[in-house]
Design a protein around this ligand. Structure first.
Ligand SMILES: [Zn+2]
Ligand SMILES: [Zn+2]
Length: 268
């Protein structure tokens, strides 16, 4: 049981606990992080804006979008998000928007501009685009939080992402990955570990984790709380918690859309 204290240092909302598979229960991948006045979206799969509205936030409030990789279930809302920021015109957005992705992100965005042109152009004064190294860990220091990334085993541009508040509380989001020593390194001693668990143990595929592999990483990283997410429909037919328990004794939950967490955690 996690108690909610109000006025947290970091608030985390699972916007989408699903995958590419259309589901009324699970929107595609996205996690919403609020710390100070900063509002950060980690991945923006289809349906992200609608789920964001359900949290009471507007797209114009978002300060950062960080992509773990470019698969459509993690980026599908990118084009509609930028387009919606131009309605009725760019003046609606008062805060700058920082867009971050792995190696090739600028080219990815430019290719989309070749298709959509000015429909997804925002003025340079309002948008800032950053690209992460796909060979080594990176750190970006923003005014109200620190972001760390590390390459993981899924796509060449794939990274896991860590957000640390000014007071030192942190969450780690795995993105998509197979078993990864780098992910253990990034997640070491983190407060909240949001980890993909795409398929049940018996249906493991290359480049994705299972409940017991996610549990193994959480155990080795000594995380305070584990959240399993990115569930293909097959997961709903098995006892995911039991499979995770094979390798992990700590606190955890299987994500549902709009589930929230507050840091610091109160696990009493
Ligand atoms: Zn993927
Ligand atoms: Zn995915």
């Amino acid at each position: 049981m996690i108690k909610k204290m109000g006025n947290p240092d970091i608030k985390v909302t699972i916007l989408g606990s699903g995958t590419c598979v259309p589901s009324l229960r699970r929107s595609s991948c996205s996690v919403f992080v609020e710390t100070g006045t900063q509002k950060i979206i980690l991945d923006a799969g289809p349906g992200t804006m609608r789920r964001l509205l359900e949290t009471g936030n507007e797209i114009f409030d978002i300060t950062h979008i960080i992509f773990s990789h470019f698969h459509p279930d993690h980026t599908g809302e990118f084009v509609p998000f930028i387009f919606a920021n131009k309605y009725p015109n760019e003046n609606r957005r008062k805060v700058p928007l920082t867009l971050i992705g792995g190696k090739g992100f600028k080219e990815f965005f430019n290719c989309l501009k070749n298709v959509y042109g000015e429909w997804i152009e925002l003025s340079p004064g309002i948008v800032n685009i950053l690209e992460l190294d796909n060979k080594k860990a990176c750190t970006l220091d923003f005014q109200q939080f620190r972001m760390d990334s590390i390459p993981v085993n899924h796509r060449p541009e794939s990274v896991a992402i860590k957000i640390t508040s000014l007071n030192g509380y942190s969450l780690v989001y795995s993105g998509d990955t197979g078993f990864s020593q780098n992910l253990i390194t990034l997640a070491l001693n983190t407060d909240l570990f949001i980890c993909e668990s795409a398929l049940p143990d018996n249906l493991e595929v290359l480049g994705h984790l299972t409940p017991s592999l996610a549990g193994k990483i959480a155990t080795q990283a000594k995380v305070s709380f584990l959240v399993l997410t990115h569930f293909y429909p097959e997961c709903d037919q098995f006892d995911i918690a039991k499979q995770c328990r094979r390798t992990y004794n700590g606190s955890f939950v299987s994500a549902e859309d709009l589930m929230t967490f507050e840091l610091p955690l109160d696990l009493s």
